[in-house]
Design a protein around this ligand. Structure first.
Ligand SMILES: *[C@@H]1O[C@H](CO)[C@@H](O)[C@H](O)[C@H]1NC(C)=O
Ligand SMILES: *[C@@H]1O[C@H](CO)[C@@H](O)[C@H](O)[C@H]1NC(C)=O
Ligand SMILES: *[C@@H]1O[C@H](CO)[C@@H](O)[C@H](O)[C@H]1NC(C)=O
Ligand SMILES: *[C@@H]1O[C@H](CO)[C@@H](O)[C@H](O)[C@H]1NC(C)=O
Ligand SMILES: *[C@@H]1O[C@H](CO)[C@@H](O)[C@H](O)[C@H]1NC(C)=O
Length: 823
C-alpha cells in the first residue's frame, strides 16, 4: 500500500507529492483534494478529481475517469445533481471515514454518508485499479469491511468486477441511471435495474414505463439478450441467493478495456476501447431491433423481426381488436380462441426458441423438474405457462400466472416455453406430433438396453407408419456428480425415409467409409440434404461409437460444430443423420495439390479461429465439457460458406465439471495428432485436444501433414520443423507455398506462434482454449514456446497411413493401444 502514516511532517510531504507527481492512490483524514489535483490508482488505470463534462459549461464535478485513455471517459460522478459553479471545491475525508465535497463556503455539496463509521480506527479513501473508490479502515483490506464504495452507487457506467444488482443485507439496489445528456451527468430519464418481483429480471425503464426487458437469467444468459455469449473479451456470471442478487463481468485480459453504459437515450451499450484508433467502439447493444420494444405485440403476441409484420398471435390466439391489429397497432394483443377449462382438461403447447415473457407475475422453484413444473401449472387455474428455469442444468421451474407479455422468437439461442391451452386446441397438434417416450438408464451402459429401445421404437414405428417422430431419452447423467436425470430429445427418422433419401444406400450416394461404417449422402423429400452415418451392424465398437456420438452431440449447438439432425434406429440398424456439408473436409483442401490454392490466407485464418471457437465451446461452454480426442484435418468439415465444423464425436469423452483430466486404458486417436502424455500414458485432458489443435494449426498454415512430413535437411517432423524455423526467426517460411502471394504477416506469425504454444511437450505449459482463442484474436503478447512434444518422431515407412478413398469421413487410421497397467 502506498499509504503514508499520519505524522505531520510526512503529511506535508504527501501533500507536496500530490501536487507534483500525483502518484498516490489514497486520501487520509483531513487531507483535502482541491480542484486541479488528482488521485491516481496504483497501476495508474483510473484517475479522480474535478472535471467539467463540457467546455461550454463552468460546472465542476468530482468524478473518476480512465487515466490511460486519450478520450476523457468519466465512469462515476460524486455530485451528479449538485455541480459546483467554480473551481473552489475541495474533497476531504473526515475522521469518521466520510468523504465530503465542500464548496468555498464549506457547505457540504455531497458526502459519502455511510451508516458505518471508522469508530476508533483511522480511515483512508483509496481509488482502486478497478475504478472503485473505497473507504476503509487503514489496515483492513477486506472487501466486506469497506465502510463505503462508489461501486455501490453506480451512475451510468457498469464496470468490470462491479456487482450490478441487489444487496439484500445492506438493502442496496445497484443499478444504472442515465445521464441527462452527454455533457450533463445529472440523473436522466432512464434506469436499468433488476426487478425482483417474481423471478428477477432486468428492466430498462423511462421514468416508470418499462421500455426494454433483458429478461431473467436462464443459466446461460439473460433470456432477452441472446448476444450475451461466451466470448474472448469478458467472462460473466449471475448470482442469486438470500443475501444478494447480481450480475457481474470480468475482462479476460487486462490489455482490453471495456465498459457498459446506459446512455442518455436509454440504450444499453457495451464499448471496447480501440487504442490504435483512439476511440470507443460499440461492441454490442442490449436492444437489437424493434422486437426489443417492451410488449410491442401485446399480451400473447409474439414478435419475430424477420416477419412482416413482426407481430403475430401465439397459435391458438387471435387479435383482441382485429381492426387495430390490421393497422399495426398491436398493443391490445391477442386472446384465446378457446377459453381454458381448468377442470383438468387443459394441456400445453411447446413453443421453441423464444425470449420468455415478463416474469414479474411469475413463481419459481429451483429444485423442481419440468414434469413437476407441468403438474404444478396444471393444478393452478391461474397458471398460463411454464418453462425450465435453468436451461444449462435443465432444472428448476418457472411458472407464469398472468397474461404473457413481451415474447419474441429468436433464430437461435431462444428457449422453450410451454403455453397452457384448452384441450380442444391441443388435439390436432397431438395427433400431428406424437412423442415416443423411451427410458434408458443410463444410455451408455449396454447394448441390450439400446436394443431395447430399438425394439420399442420399432414397434411404435410399425404402429405409426410414417413420418418423423421424436425420441425422448431420459438417462442417468453419469458424468455430473449429482446423478440427476435429464431429458434429451432427438428427432427420430423413419428407416424408409432414410432408405429413400439415400437411394436405398446405393454406392452412388456413398461419401466414404469410416472406421465404424459407411457414410451416405441423402436428400429428404423436402429437398434437404443430409449425411447419414450408418454404424456397422456387427462391430461392438460401432455400437459404442454410436452411443457415444449421440450422447455427446445431441445437446451441442455451435456454429463450428456439425449439427446432428436426428437418428434412426431400426432393428439392428443405427444411423446418425447430420446436415450435409457440401465442401467435404478440410484435408480435401489443404492437402490437395489442386484445391489448396483456393484456400487463401484469410480463409485459413478464419478456419483456424473457427475451429478454436468450436473447441472452446466443447471444452468450456457446453454443458457436458467434452474432450474430442480425435481432432484432425479430416474431422473438420466445411459448410457451404467454408466455415469449419468439428465432426466425429465417436471417441469424445465428457468430463465431470470438476475434473480436468482422465485416464484411459485404451488409447484411441490418430497418429500425428495425439499428445505425448496421451499416447504414452493414456492421460487425456482438454490439453491433449489443445495439442491436436496446435498440430492442425501448423498443418493449415503449411499445407503439410505432420505425419509423413519430410525435409531434405533434417529428420524432424512438421512440429520440429516449425519450431526450428521459429527459433531461427524464419517462421514465415513455413507458410504454404501455394498461398505465398497474399497474406498478413502478423497473422501468420501469430498463428504459428500459437500453434507452437499448443504443441508444447508438457500439458501444463500449453494454453487452454480460452487463452488460445484470445491469443489468436487479439494482439496480446505471447509467451515463448518451449520445445514441442514428439518433434523428432517420424513415420516409419512400415506404418504408412492407409489413406482411404474419401478421407473426410474416415476414421480408419485410429490407433488402438491397450495399456495393461495395475491401477
Ligand atoms: C484543507 O486542509 C487544511 C489542513 O490541511 C485545513 O486547514 C483546511 O480547512 C482544509 N480546507 C477545507 C476546505 O476543508
Ligand atoms: C455560484 O453559486 C452560488 C450559489 O449557489 C452563487 O452565490 C454564486 O454567485 C455563483 N457563482 C458564480 C460564479 O456563478
Ligand atoms: C445519505 O444522504 C441522503 C440525503 O441526505 C439520504 O437520503 C440517504 O438516505 C443517506 N444515506 C445513508 C446511507 O445514510
Ligand atoms: C420446491 O420443490 C421441491 C421439490 O418438489 C419441494 O421439496 C420444495 O418444497 C419446493 N419449494 C417451494 C418453496 O415450494
Ligand atoms: C387466481 O387469481 C385470482 C385473481 O388474481 C385470485 O383471486 C385467485 O386466488 C387465484 N387463484 C389461485 C389458485 O391462485
Amino acid at each position: 500500500m502506498k499509504h503514508l502514516p499520519i505524522f505531520p511532517f510526512l503529511l506535508t510531504i504527501s501533500t507536496l507529492l500530490l501536487t507534483s507527481t500525483t502518484s498516490i492512490s489514497t486520501i487520509t483524514p483531513n487531507q483535502n483534494i482541491s480542484d486541479g489535483q488528482t488521485i491516481i490508482s496504483d497501476d495508474e488505470l483510473f484517475k479522480m478529481g474535478f472535471f467539467s463534462p463540457s467546455t461550454r459549461s463552468n460546472n465542476r464535478y468530482f468524478g473518476i475517469w480512465y487515466n490511460k485513455i486519450s478520450v476523457t471517459t468519466v465512469v462515476w460522478v460524486a455530485n451528479r445533481e449538485k455541480p459546483l459553479n467554480d473551481t473552489s471545491g475541495v474533497l476531504t475525508l473526515n475522521d469518521q471515514g466520510t468523504l465530503m465535497l465542500l464548496d468555498h463556503t464549506h457547505n457540504i455539496i455531497w458526502s459519502s454518508n455511510s451508516s458505518l463509521t471508522a469508530n476508533n480506527n483511522i480511515p483512508v479513501a483509496q481509488l482502486l485499479d478497478t475504478g472503485n473508490l473505497v473507504i476503509r479502515n487503514e489496515n483492513d483490506l477486506a472487501v466486506e469491511n469497506y465502510l463505503w464504495q462508489s461501486f455501490d452507487y453506480p451512475g451510468d457506467t457498469f464496470l468490470p468486477s462491479m456487482k450490478f444488482g441487489i444487496d439484500f443485507v445492506k438493502g442496496l439496489n445497484k443499478y444504472l441511471t442515465s445521464w441527462k445528456s452527454v455533457d450533463d451527468p445529472s440523473i436522466g430519464e432512464y434506469t436499468n435495474r433488476f426487478d425482483s418481483d417474481g423471478y428477477p429480471q432486468i428492466l430498462m425503464r423511462k421514468g416508470s414505463k418499462v421500455e426494454f426487458n433483458s429478461g431473467y437469467w436462464n443459466g446461460l444468459r439473460f433470456s432477452g439478450m441472446p448476444n450475451l455469449k461466451p466470448n474472448d473479451i469478458y467472462t460473466f456470471g449471475f448470482e442469486f441467493n438470500e443475501r444478494e442478487l447480481y450480475y457481474k463481468y470480468e475482462l479476460v485480459s487486462n490489455s482490453v478495456v471495456s465498459r457498459m453504459i446506459l446512455n442518455p437515450e436509454g440504450r444499453i451499450q457495451r464499448f471496447i476501447w480501440i487504442e490504435r484508433a483512439g476511440e470507443w467502439r460499440l461492441y454490442v447493444s442490449g436492444q437489437m431491433d424493434n422486437c426489443d420494444r417492451y410488449g410491442l405485440c401485446g399480451a400473447y403476441g409474439i414478435c419475430n423481426i424477420n416477419d412482416s409484420p413482426a407481430c403475430a398471435c401465439l397459435s391458438g390466439f387471435e387479435p383482441r381488436e382485429p381492426e387495430e391489429w390490421r393497422r399495426a397497432d398491436w398493443s391490445n394483443g391477442c386472446v384465446r380462441r378457446v377459453e381454458l377449462s381448468c377442470e383438468g382438461g387443459d394441456g400445453f403447447v411447446k413453443r421453441l426458441g423464444v425470449k420468455v415473457p415478463d416474469t414479474r407475475r411469475s413463481w419459481y422453484n429451483v429444485s423442481m423438474n419440468i414434469e413437476e413444473c407441468e403438474r404444478v401449472c396444471l393444478t393452478n387455474c391461474n397458471c398460463t405457462a411454464y418453462a425450465t428455469l435453468d436451461i444449462k442444468t435443465r432444472s428448476g421451474c418457472l411458472i407464469w400466472f398472468d397474461d404473457l407479455v413481451d415474447i419474441r422468437s429468436y433464430a437461435e439461442d431462444g428457449q422453450d416455453i410451454f403455453i397452457r391451452m384448452a384441450a380442444s386446441e391441443l388435439d390436432t397438434k397431438a395427433k400431428a406430433k406424437r412423442r415416443v417416450r423411451v427410458i434408458i438408464v443410463p444410455v451408455l451402459v449396454s447394448a441390450t438396453v439400446l436394443l431395447g429401445i430399438c425394439l420399442f421404437v420399432y414397434r411404435k414405428r410399425k404402429q405409426k407408419k410414417n413420418g418423423v417422430n421424436s425420441v425422448v431419452m431420459v438417462r442417468e447423467n453419469n458424468f455430473a456428480s449429482d446423478k440427476k436425470k435429464e431429458d434429451w430429445e432427438l428427432p427420430l427418422f423413419d428407416f424408409n425415409t432414410i432408405a429413400n433419401a439415400t437411394n436405398n444406400f446405393s454406392d452412388d450416394c456413398k461419401l466414404g467409409e469410416g472406421g465404424f461404417g459407411p457414410v451416405y449422402k441423402g436428400i429428404l423429400e423436402d429437398g434437404k440434404e443430409i449425411a447419414v452415418k450408418r454404424h456397422s451392424r456387427k462391430s461392438k465398437q460401432g455400437l459404442d461409437e454410436f452411443q457415444n456420438e449421440v450422447k455427446c452431440i445431441a445437446k451441442l449447438q455451435h456454429r463450428n460444430l456439425v449439427k446432428l439432425l436426428g437418428c434412426c434406429i431400426d432393428e439392428d440398424e443405427r444411423m446418425l443423420i447430420y446436415e450435409y456439408m457440401p465442401n467435404k473436409s478440410l484435408n480435401s483442401f489443404i492437402f490437395d495439390e489442386g484445391k489448396r490454392k483456393s484456400m487463401d490466407w484469410s480463409k485459413r485464418y478464419t478456419i483456424i479461429i473457427g475451429i478454436g471457437r468450436g473447441l472452446l465451446y466443447l471444452h468450456q461452454d457446453s454443458r457436458l465439457r467434452i474432450i474430442h480426442r480425435d481432432l484432425k484435418a479430416s474431422n473438420i468439415l466445411l459448410d457451404k460458406d467454408m466455415n469449419p465444423r468439428i465432426s466425429d464425436f465417436g471417441l469424445a469423452r465428457s468430463l465431470d465439471g470438476s475434473d480436468t483430466k482422465a485416464n484411459t486404458r485404451r488409447v484411441m486417436g490418430t497418429y500425428g495428432y495425439m499428445a505425448p502424455e496421451y499416447t504414452i500414458d493414456g492421460i487425456y485432458s482438454t490439453k491433449s485436444d489443445v495439442f491436436s489443435f496446435g498440430v492442425l494449426v501448423l498443418e493449415i498454415v503449411s499445407g503439410k501433414k505432420n505425419r509423413g512430413f519430410r525435409h531434405e535437411n533434417h529428420d524432424l517432423n512438421l512440429l520440429g520443423h516449425a519450431w526450428r524455423l521459429y527459433k531461427n526467426g524464419k517462421q514465415l517460411e513455413l507458410l504454404d507455398g501455394a498461398i505465398k502471394g497474399s497474406y498478413v504477416h502478423s497473422e501468420v506469425k501469430r498463428s504459428i506462434h500459437v500453434g507452437l504454444l499448443c504443441v508444447q511437450k508438457y500439458p501444463e505449459d500449453r494454453p487452454d482454449m480460452t487463452m488460445v482463442v484470445l491469443m489468436l484474436g487479439s494482439e496480446i503478447p505471447l509467451p515463448e514456446p518451449k520445445q514441442p512434444g514428439f518433434y523428432t518422431e517420424r513415420r516409419r515407412p512400415a506404418e504408412a497411413e492407409s489413406s482411404s478413398s474419401n478421407p473426410e469421413w474416415s476414421s480408419s487410421n485410429h490407433l488402438s493401444v491397450t495399456h495393461l497397467q495395475p491401477r
